[in-house]
Design a protein around this ligand. Structure first.
Ligand code: ZN
Ligand code: ZN
Length: 357
């Protein structure tokens, strides 16, 4: 795991940010920079050196996970140790993650960090995380494989009378069977008219002939999330939903085709959305086109009309157009796609054609 390269990349940003070091406290970012998987940690990262701080519970775990950094594992508030190490590294101006720090934490640091000037910075580590390295891509592929296999399994288990909750539980079990550590997020399992809600919470609705089934799920492996949606028909679907499935599939393909290194995220959204608009369903596509996936289920770049993110080579983003028709149902098709130098590479292999069970 090349945490050193990642920390060096962040340390190089310090000059531009006009700070001597960054105090990283968002856990996904700490994990990215150090390999630590626990629930309490802070990392001080800068050109003069880096130090890892955690609490007493994680002394032993961090000894294994973070073998290459000076480590402080203490039952006391880490502020004192952070100040001491920052001084030792000659830090005067200390950056912190504006998006991740509460006002209370900031006030505590201001009180404790005597002689340091605190400077809020934006999503610097997140921005590095947009581009996945080979190891991250490998992990995402394993997670996607578990997701694809679980999808195959669930198709055999969808029978008349099974409830959304039961089917969601079966899907989670199938992901675990294929190597998932956990679900990336609560499975969305929506039957019939419930598929009109983009984020339906599975309930006791039982599956019946003629229902459309919308499933949004993903396996979590080694901290990396996957995210896939398929909409399948249970028996003969309503004619309009069959047509909508064709529209959404074409819109998704247009979005995937638009994914090139350096493209504006808003242009990718537009490429996909215009297919749905041309078909007359523009007002029924009520969310952004997609998002990055990795150590967080929703990260950057964000594919949305009103955003100004630029998609870098090596990003992995979802492309997930949807059309939702109240009372009738809805269709969403979602895949994670790696943005290669030569073009888009979807990670999954599950068919995007309408499956009729
Ligand atoms: Zn999803
Ligand atoms: Zn998604």
């Amino acid at each position: 795991m090349d945490h050193v390269t990642r920390r060096n990349a962040l340390a190089e940003r310090c000059a531009d940010l006009e700070v001597d070091a960054l105090l990283v406290s968002k856990l996904a970012n700490v994990r990215y920079l150090t390999g630590f998987t626990g629930s309490s940690a802070t990392a001080l990262v800068g050109p003069a050196g880096s130090v890892f701080f955690t609490d007493g519970r994680y002394d032993e775990q961090s000894r294994h996970e973070v073998p290459d950094l000076p480590r402080v594992a203490s039952m006391q508030d880490p502020a004192g140790a952070i100040l001491e190490h920052a001084r030792g590294l000659g830090v005067q101006r200390l950056g912190f993650e504006r998006q991740a720090v509460t006002v209370a934490q900031f006030e505590r640091w201001e009180e404790r960090f005597e002689g340091l000037r605190l400077a809020g910075v934006g999503e610097e580590v997140e921005r590095l995380r947009w581009t996945k390295d080979a190891e991250e891509l490998g992990t995402l592929r394993s997670a996607q494989e578990a997701t694809d296999r679980a999808f195959e399994d669930i198709l055999d288990l969808l029978v008349v009378g099974i409830t959304e909750r039961q089917a969601a539980a079966q899907l989670e079990l199938a992901m675990a069977r294929h190597g998932a550590d956990a679900s990336s997020f609560d499975v969305i399992m929506a039957f019939g008219e419930h598929a009109a809600e983009p984020h339906h919470r599975p309930c006791h609705r039982a599956l019946a002939e003629g229902d459309i089934i919308k499933m949004d799920f993903g396996a979590l492996v080694d901290g990396y999330h996957t995210d896939m949606t398929r909409t399948v028909a249970f028996g003969e679907p309503v004619a309009e939903l069959r047509k909508v499935h064709d529209v959404v599939a074409a819109a998704q393909q247009a979005g995937i085709d638009a994914l090139r290194p350096g493209v504006r995220a808003a242009d990718v959204d537009h490429a996909s959305r215009s297919v749905i608009e041309d078909a007359g369903y523009g007002d029924r596509f009520t969310h952004g086109l997609g998002h990055g996936v990795g150590l967080e289920i929703h990260e950057g770049p964000s594919l949305r009309l009103d955003g100004d993110d630029i998609v870098p080579a090596g990003a992995v983003v979802t492309v997930e157009p949807g059309v939702y028709l109240p009372g009738l149902g809805g269709v969403r098709i979602e895949d994670a796609v790696q943005v290669g130098e030569d073009g888009p590479n979807p990670l999954g292999v599950s068919t995007r054609e309408l499956i009729e069970l």
